[in-house]
Design a binder for this molecule. Structure first.
Ligand code: ZN
Length: 210
């Protein structure tokens, strides 16, 4: 598996580029910004982007999606429970003092247990509401990797104080769906350093005493 992780934009959202080493088909997850750098990685590995997956409709994760779609022709996939949030990108831009990226069009809904494929790569969609209603994680069972969006971080969890957030729901999502994964699973959070399911199960202060 080709896997490049590029922190993009002022909030340093971890954009993942994952590709099949033999067919060179690829998935880009959370192209929030810096699309020229993402395209440089795609060219470096001779990749053909088949899917653009958005873990949730916050501007720092979705802001560059239309530019990447225009450059690659790949469809944009997002859980439908975040479509309302996607219509508020200008409001979100105001929260952060960022320029609004314009309208983002979604080509396909991604729901619980859906599969996203590129070549021999196959990822399962986990619907994990809490940070937002439509938050998802992408699990690559063969590679033991979880792209977690803003649901789970090293030593922390996603904030739930923004519109659509729910502390009860994010804890339920993590306990029910994320911690169901094997301990050796490598977690690529939406921001900050990588971790593992085992490490977070053991020591994440938000996940103890339950
Ligand atoms: Zn977010």
């Amino acid at each position: 598996m080709i896997h490049e992780i590029l922190p993009v934009g002022p909030l340093q959202c971890n954009c993942s580029v994952v590709g099949d080493e033999s067919t060179h088909e690829a998935i880009v997850i959370d192209p929030g910004d810096e699309i020229d750098q993402i395209l440089a990685l795609i060219r470096k590995h001779h990749l053909q982007v088949k899917q653009i997956v958005i873990t949730h409709a916050h501007i720092d994760h979705v802001g560059g999606a239309m530019k990447l779609r225009a450059a690659t022709g790949a469809p944009i996939l997002l859980n439908q429970n975040d479509y309302a949030l996607l219509k508020m990108l200008d409001v979100q831009a105001g929260w952060l003092g960022m320029p609004a990226p314009g309208k983002v069009e979604i080509d396909q809904n991604l729901g619980q247990a859906d599969t996203v494929k590129a070549g021999s790569l196959s990822a399962q969609v986990l619907h994990t509401p809490g940070h937002t209603e439509g938050s998802i994680c992408l699990y690559f069972p063969a590679e033991h990797k979880l792209i977690a969006g803003d649901t789970l971080f090293a030593g922390s969890i996603g904030r739930t104080d923004l519109p659509g957030g729910s502390y009860e729901k994010i804890l339920h999502s993590i306990h029910d769906r994320v911690l169901a994964l094997p301990d050796e699973t490598i977690v690529i959070p939406g921001h900050g350093p990588l971790t593992t399911i085992g490490e977070e199960r053991e020591s994440n202060p938000f996940l103890q005493n339950r």
